[in-house]
Write a protein that binds this ligand. Structure first.
Ligand code: IPD
Ligand code: CA
Ligand code: CA
Length: 267
């Protein structure tokens, strides 16, 4: 295993233990609202600290970008870790056992290794660039679905961009009328991993942050999948608007979003 992947797996496991021990027990941790409908807990911060300590012990000169603390370490390093200590904090607070630790390592801007760990399912998704994607050590691939008909699609409502809700709901209506069913599971990094291992045939969401998708995107790509923005371009890295699946499903999903709804989303 790539040595940096090894360290990331170790860090994810120790933070995962803490998540598994405390999930849903809000009497044992603090909950605060960062923004409207956007929670953070003392466990998010504790996980972040544990992960940063583990990484810095081996790689003192690296930079770490985390959701809750921003930039840590050497901001000029060629190596940057992008970390979401709990992706799915609302699920975590509510005791809904679907959340993950998401860690990606970029070298000169290119994602080299990725880990997404679901401590409740004990599922470790990993990838190293050019070496495939794995779930608990077994190789994974995207589904071979080639039509929306019969497909299961993951998504999320733009609750933090309410101005886009109506436009999104137009797409949602078109989606539910064309696929078998939809899932809104509450953890973007796991959504991407679920596409990577074929549990979902596609997934789309808007307004994600880089810690939500940095790791899941590499895992998806190494599993034969594709992520684009709503126009089929790679610009999702900046916009956080992401459409994913195998290449045919991405094409099908993009076709479904009509120009009028897109206008409002891309504004
Ligand atoms: C959120 C989750 C959720 C997605 C949101 C993210 P957080 O991350 O990934 O599924 O719909 O856009 O912000 O806040 O739980 O780390
Ligand atoms: Ca997140
Ligand atoms: Ca988070």
């Amino acid at each position: 295993m790539h040595p940096m992947l090894n360290i990331a797996v170790r860090a994810a496991r120790s933070a995962g233990n803490l998540i598994a021990r405390t999930i849903g027990q809000s009497e044992n941790f603090e909950v605060a609202q960062k923004n409207k409908d956007d929670l953070v807990t003392s466990i998010d911060k504790q996980c972040e600290k544990m992960i940063a300590e583990t990484l810095f012990k081996s790689y003192r000169d690296h930079c770490i970008l985390t959701e809750e603390s921003g930039v840590l370490g050497n901001p000029d390093s060629e190596y940057q870790w992008v970390i979401d200590p709990i992706d799915g904090t609302t699920n975590f607070v509510k005791g809904i056992g679907h959340c993950a630790i998401s860690m990606a390592l970029r070298h000169n801007g290119k994602t080299e290794v990725a880990v997404v760990f679901d401590p409740m399912m004990d599922e470790m998704f990993t990838a190293a660039r050019g070496e495939g994607a794995f779930l608990n050590g077994r190789r994974i691939r995207v589904s071979s679905a080639d039509s929306l008909d019969g497909s299961i699609i993951g998504t999320a409502f733009p609750t933090r961009h309410r101005d886009r809700m109506n436009a999104y709901l137009e797409i949602f209506t078109r989606l539910i009328n064309n696929c078998a069913d939809i899932r809104r599971m509450g953890s973007a990094s796991l959504d991407l991993c679920y596409v990577a291992c074929g549990r979902l045939d596609g997934y789309l969401e808007q307004g994600l942050k880089e810690w939500d998708f940095a790791a899941g995107e590499l895992i998806l790509r190494e599993a034969g999948g594709l992520a684009t923005d709503f126009l089929g371009e790679p610009n999702y890295v900046k916009s956080g608007n992401i459409v994913s699946g195998n290449p045919t499903m991405v094409r099908n999903l993009i076709k479904l979003c009509d120009p009028q709804s897109l206008d409002a989303i891309l504004r």
